[in-house]
Design a protein around this ligand. Structure first.
Ligand SMILES: *[C@@H]1O[C@H](CO)[C@@H](O)[C@H](O)[C@H]1NC(C)=O
Ligand SMILES: *[C@@H]1O[C@H](CO)[C@@H](O)[C@H](O)[C@H]1NC(C)=O
Ligand SMILES: [Cu+2]
Length: 135
């Protein structure tokens, strides 16, 4: 009997870990005050920072490149951490590099924008993905 419970708990723990692994957590989660006109997301080599951002309607988000290799800001349908899909609404797909170092995003409505870097491996291997929640 005790053995069965142990097996059950082990299976439960394993299942829970699998589920958590599929839904990565924010590395940083920042909320910007309601009267800020803009805020910045750094696009670095292997990361977006903050990767999770909450802004109020009316705040502009500036993606600012600070890397050594090309990166993209490419919208996806989510959930957070999804590296496969591309979103059509809003459709964002910009390449950032030293020649093209900022992308300015003006949210058009409330909701969540999910995005990733579309360079091969950067999302999957390095975890280059993020979200912006507009409230
Ligand atoms: C970086 O992006 C630019 C613009 O899209 C492209 O012309 C260039 O070939 C890219 N460089 C590399 C190393 O992929
Ligand atoms: C530069 O970024 C803009 C968006 O800000 C994008 O439309 C354009 O394609 C990019 N240019 C290059 C060469 O990647
Ligand atoms: Cu990248």
């Amino acid at each position: 009997m005790e053995k069965n419970i142990f097996v059950l708990l082990t299976m439960l723990a394993f299942f829970t870990l699998q589920v958590l692994a599929q839904f990565p957590r924010c590395k940083s989660d920042i909320t910007i005050g309601p009267f800020e006109s803009f805020t910045t997301v750094i696009v670095g080599d292997g990361f977006f920072s903050p990767d999770c951002l909450t802004v109020h309607m009316g705040t502009t988000i500036i993606f600012e490149y600070q890397g050594n290799t090309n990166h993209t800001v490419t919208s996806t349908n989510g959930p957070f951490g999804n590296c496969n899909q591309r979103a059509l609404s809003p459709e964002i797909d910009v390449t950032l590099n030293n020649d093209n170092s900022t992308y300015i995003f003006y949210p058009q409505g409330r909701g969540t924008l999910f995005y990733k870097c579309n360079i091969l491996g950067h999302c999957e291997r390095d975890g280059m993905f993020g979200k912006v929640l507009v409230i």
